[in-house]
Design a binder for this molecule. Structure first.
Ligand SMILES: *[C@@H]1O[C@H](CO)[C@@H](O)[C@H](O)[C@H]1NC(C)=O
Ligand SMILES: *[C@@H]1O[C@H](CO)[C@@H](O)[C@H](O)[C@H]1NC(C)=O
Ligand SMILES: *[C@@H]1O[C@H](CO)[C@@H](O)[C@H](O)[C@H]1NC(C)=O
Length: 157
């Protein structure tokens, strides 16, 4: 026979398991696939775009002025750790940008986000206004944990 104490411990453990399961299901359903649209806003310029996260690669594409590069991602259901970043290259320049930072974007880009790429940086449409953010700093060390070449900032595939 179980003692009263172990019965209580058992019941509490079951309750915790049920709550965790419910919480998981709930947060999961809050976070559908997010579509990221990236539009080249530099006239007469071909823009190379390559987006990835630690484990996924959305591929490299060249887009002309006003063309769209779209990929989708799944935010982490429990902790806000999802991070997608892109490398942009045009003419003789290149920049990197964190296109989806779950902490920053979860609420703003619940289902999709549209970014216009200018040479000065990316701008996102937010309601009727523009959200213009700076490029990532061009510091090699920043990219190390993202599997980007530390020497020359190129993506190591
Ligand atoms: C796109 O480029 C045009 C021309 O430079 C600029 O006026 C406009 O603000 C840009 N749009 C966005 C969303 O950045
Ligand atoms: C890009 O974004 C800036 C805001 O940072 C905006 O003022 C500008 O019109 C846009 N276009 C270009 C070509 O920079
Ligand atoms: C730049 O990075 C690429 C990919 O890692 C590598 O193949 C290439 O040798 C590097 N170039 C220089 C100059 O370091």
């Amino acid at each position: 026979m179980m003692s009263a104490v172990s019965k209580i411990v058992f019941l509490i453990s079951m309750l915790v398991i049920i709550l965790v399961a419910l919480q998981f299901g709930k947060t999961n359903s809050y976070l559908p696939t997010v579509y990221e649209h990236i539009i080249n806003n530099m006239s007469s310029t071909v823009l190379g775009v390559h987006c990835k996260d630690k484990h996924h690669d959305a591929g490299f594409r060249r887009i002309n002025f006003q063309e769209i590069y779209t990929f989708n991602l799944r935010p982490h259901p429990i902790v806000s750790v999802t991070l997608w970043f892109c490398r942009f290259e045009w003419n003789n320049d290149f920049q990197h940008f964190d296109i989806y930072v779950q902490k920053r974007d979860a609420k703003i880009c619940e289902k999709e986000c549209t970014w216009f790429i200018n040479s000065s940086g990316p701008c996102r449409i937010r309601g009727t206004s523009l959200d213009c953010l700076p490029w990532n700093p061009k510091v090699a060390i920043v990219y190390e944990h993202r599997q980007l070449g530390p020497e020359n900032n190129t993506l190591t595939m």
